[in-house]
Ligand binder design. Structure first.
Ligand code: GLY
Ligand code: MN
Ligand code: MN
Length: 438
């Protein structure tokens, strides 16, 4: 668990980055209707969560800075006996003041009236525009009220600053408390993949594997996946974000599972690919080992001062040579590399930041992800090869889709693979599955 002291430390870091005589306002997510009068399970806005750890909708955080003085104000829902009997507990303002290291807790019903009075006189307003409709509306109203208050000598901030550029940079670097939570999310997710490998048998349906994955998540306190679970048998593995998960799993096919839980607000993101019947065919093994070789080479390169781009360049070289050796592409190595011949089979990037969001925030510096890596960054490494059913190759390769994905923490002297607890060599996978079948 991340403590309130830690969340407060983040607010203090943000205060340090704010200009003098400024205000910052951050809004909670709202509940989303699934159908008629039922809602999706509530998921807090990532920025609001990052600064508060508070998991209720209809809330807002206001930070005011003037010289050395700072004020932290949390707007929350009111206590409401009837609503709480029907829909669940609400913290309310009195308890919020006790639980959080804040200066004031106010009712969200007073937001429209209180915001202009509190923000009046600030020179700058920090805000994540476009993050929530409620937030956009509240800030528009705030500015209109301040302008309308000119007769009372109210002063409207003259500068509006995009808050995300500050928070994204803060979120990119994980502190040890966050890494501890991410390690737990990774272990739970790794165990879910192990469970799926142990459970699988030909003629099951993809959704049955999804059920095993979700069981392992939920029974370990991670009730929700960080993203929709992908279980793709056979050529479904070649659909990168396949989530229908309703096909039968055929003897002789591979299955690709891309699944990670969200635990205490942090995501894991793991992909493993393994044979439905427990034994890789010759062709499956050849493609699998090529992807694994590329993934291990890329992981080896992840360290301070390296770039995702450099690791991806190495993956492209390994794939180009490997596909030439297997006869899947033809021609000269340098030409094939130059023409990006492997792009037909490897059409996504090598990896992305991961954290509170599975595709986490943070500037990559360029489209090919050339930002210099530094300790505390967390990212995925996920090369894949996907040979579609209509690929112009020897038919024996068609319908093979393989991705192998792990989550890494950049450390002072290299990296730590957070998701290492699930096997990934052919020998390890076959041994685990044989043991489960015995
Ligand atoms: N699970 C989505 C991804 O791997 O990026
Ligand atoms: Mn990923
Ligand atoms: Mn993934």
């Amino acid at each position: 668990m991340i403590t309130e002291q830690f969340f407060n430390g983040r607010r203090m870091s943000l205060f340090e980055k704010m200009s003098d005589n400024s205000a910052a306002v951050i809004f909670a997510a709202s509940e989303k209707t699934r159908s008629l009068d039922t809602e999706y399970h509530f998921r807090q806005n990532s920025y609001f969560y990052y600064l508060t750890g508070f998991n209720e909708p209809e809330s807002a955080l206001l930070l005011l800075k003037s010289g050395q003085d700072t004020q932290t104000i949390l707007f929350t829902r009111d206590k409401d006996k009837l609503q709480e009997i029907w829909h669940g507990r609400r913290l309310g303002q009195a308890q919020a003041l006790k639980n959080f290291d804040i200066d004031q807790a106010l009712s969200i019903n007073e937001l429209t009236q209180q915001l202009p009075e509190l923000v009046n006189g600030s020179d700058s307003l920090y805000f994540c525009q476009g993050e929530t409709p409620e937030g956009d509306q509240a800030v528009t109203q705030l500015m209109a009220s301040l302008r309308a208050g000119v007769k009372k000598n109210w002063r409207t901030p003259t500068v509006q600053i995009e808050l995300r550029s500050i928070l994204d940079e803060m979120r990119l670097f994980k502190k040890s408390e966050e890494v501890a939570v991410m390690r737990r999310a990774s272990v739970i997710s790794a165990n879910a993949h192990t469970r799926a490998m142990q459970f699988i048998a030909p003629d099951q349906f993809e959704y049955q594997l999804e059920a095993e994955i979700m069981h392992e998540f939920a029974s370990n306190g991670a009730r929700f996946a960080a993203y929709n679970t992908i279980v793709g048998g056979g050529h479904n593995a070649c659909i990168l974000h396949y989530t229908e998960n309703e096909s039968v799993l055929n003897d002789g096919d591979l299955v690709l599972i891309d699944a990670g839980c969200e635990f205490n607000g942090y995501a894991a993101d793991i992909t493993r690919t393994f044979p439905v019947n427990g034994k890789f065919s010759v062709e499956q093994k050849a493609i699998y080992n090529l992807v694994l070789k590329a993934q291990l080479a890329a992981i080896n390169m992840i360290k301070p001062s390296a770039q995702i781009k450099e690791a991806n360049d190495e993956v492209l070289k390994i794939f180009t040579q490997g596909l030439l050796d297997l006869g899947i592409i033809s021609g000269d190595f340098d030409e094939a590399l130059e023409q990006q011949a492997v792009k037909e089979f490897y059409m996504h990037g090598l990896g992305h930041w991961i954290g509170i969001d599975v595709h986490d925030v943070g500037d990559y510096r360029s489209a090919d992800r050339s930002r210099i890596l530094a300790p505390g960054m967390t990212l995925t490494i996920e090369p894949g090869l996907y040979i579609s059913e209509d690929a112009d190759v020897d038919p024996k390769w068609r319908g093979i889709g393989v991705r192998i994905e792990d989550d890494l923490l950049v450390t002072v002297d290299g990296n730590e693979v957070l998701t290492k607890d699930v096997v990934k060599t052919v020998a390890e996978i076959e041994a685990l599955m044989a043991q489960a079948q015995a």
